[in-house]
Unconditional design. Structure first.
Length: 109
């Protein structure tokens, strides 16, 4: 009987199906829409239409819903680095995981 794989994540992950605006590189002014798979305090996983290299720098902005914040919705702008790219979604999208290196809460709209 196979041994269950031990959970290595230190932060709780939330499975959210919300949009995220992703910019590639440090100084990119072009955002592309992506769909979040899950998010935690340390990382994010989402689906992209076009391939991206592991190790690439990215920026992304998302709005955390009240179910997560336990108050009102909060917009967060983050910078991170791609740590994993998985091919294989049936719709041709790439599943991408990134570590969050910096974040900033944005003022309400």
């Amino acid at each position: 009987m196979a041994e269950a794989q031990q959970e290595k994540r230190a932060a709780r992950r939330f499975a959210l199906r919300i949009p995220v605006a992703v910019s590639r590189g440090e100084n990119s002014n072009h955002d592309e829409s992506a769909q979040i798979r899950d998010v935690s305090a340390r990382g994010i996983s989402f689906y992209l239409d076009a391939p991206i290299e592991q190790g690439s720098l990215i920026g992304f902005t998302l709005t955390l819903p009240p179910e997560i914040t336990l108050t009102e919705s909060i917009r967060v702008q983050c910078k991170g680095r791609i740590v994993r790219v998985e091919d294989g979604a049936s719709d041709g999208k790439m599943a991408v995981a990134a570590v969050i290196e910096e974040y900033e809460f944005l003022p309400g709209s």
